[in-house]
Design a protein around this ligand. Structure first.
Ligand code: ZN
Length: 177
């Protein structure tokens, strides 16, 4: 059974995740549960362990090709700029246009304990940066100016307070000034 996804306001999302010291059966089961939670979400492409309340440096992703996982990831190089409507399973319904580097080189450890390096572009590079932010207790709101944050928070509160919340939140696009 999957876990419930923690949403904005839950303190676990503001905490820094600890490195995984050993890949054991517990880590493998956690990763299985993370995939199940991700697929149950319906519209997510990636999920970090703190989003299910586990303070470990792990995230999983699936862009429709393969279920993939990385432990203890870090961005070691980044380049360019790319504008994208970023969303977050922990801030359901809100999509905010955000600028971040277009390409990144991520280094981490695979479930077999071996070091991996992945060069990514655009959507995959974006999700790497977004998920690593989660491992550092950083949310989209933290990457905005105070004015943008106020606008985005107001929009999110309006979405959350909608009287008939649909099972899958309607996609609301917010272009920040
Ligand atoms: Zn997120």
């Amino acid at each position: 059974m999957g876990y419930q996804i923690r949403t904005y306001g839950d303190p676990v999302l503001k905490s820094t995740a600890a490195a995984v010291e050993e890949v054991n059966g517990k880590v493998v089961r956690l990763v299985d549960n993370m995939f199940e939670t991700l697929y149950t979400s319906g519209n997510g492409i990636a999920l970090a362990a703190p989003q299910i309340g586990v303070q470990k440096q792990i995230f999983v992703w699936d862009l429709g090709e393969d279920p993939l996982v990385v432990l203890n990831p870090e961005i070691v190089e980044s380049a360019g700029e790319w504008l994208y409507d970023e969303g977050c399973l922990s801030i359901p319904g809100l999509y905010v246009e955000m600028m971040r580097p277009k390409t990144v080189l991520m280094r981490g450890v695979g479930l077999d304990g071996e070091m991996i390096e992945i060069e990514a572009d655009e959507l995959e590079a974006r999700l790497f940066q977004h998920e690593i932010d989660h491992l550092n207790g950083v949310l989209m709101f933290d990457r905005m100016t105070p004015d943008q944050r106020a606008e985005a928070l107001a929009e999110y509160r309006a979405i959350s307070a909608a009287p008939t919340a649909p099972a899958e939140p309607e996609r609301r696009r917010l272009r920040l000034r």
